[in-house]
Design a protein around this ligand. Sequence first.
Ligand code: GLY
Length: 126
Amino acid sequence: MSDQSQVLDASARLLKAIDAGDWDAYAKLCDPGITCFEPEARGNLVAGMPFHKYYFDLPSSGTPRQSSIATPVVRLMGDVAVVCYVRLVQKLDAQGQPVTAAMEETRVWQKQSGEWKHVHFHRSPC
Ligand code: GLY
């Protein structure tokens, strides 16, 4: 598998872990010092894993959720890769009707000892 395919595959597995609430799978893909900007952080740069674990520790809603990566662009720069795409999230609203949310995501990966680790991301609603 090419580096580009590996990074796209890692990105898809990351989103699958988030949708499934699978902390172990998520943590395995991330560098412990990961940084991010995301709506939940209210404009602050968050560093480390505990902020993210909070959401995985919440009780499951029990409703299905599925993310798709739309029109990804991958840029490789040595052992670093930047992946940009729109993430489509299918889920149920409060009335149980299916809805789709869209997020702009930029995710940065670094190859560490032969494995791609997630080191930074920026997530904004479209
Ligand atoms: N909120 C966790 C993530 O998007 O990676």
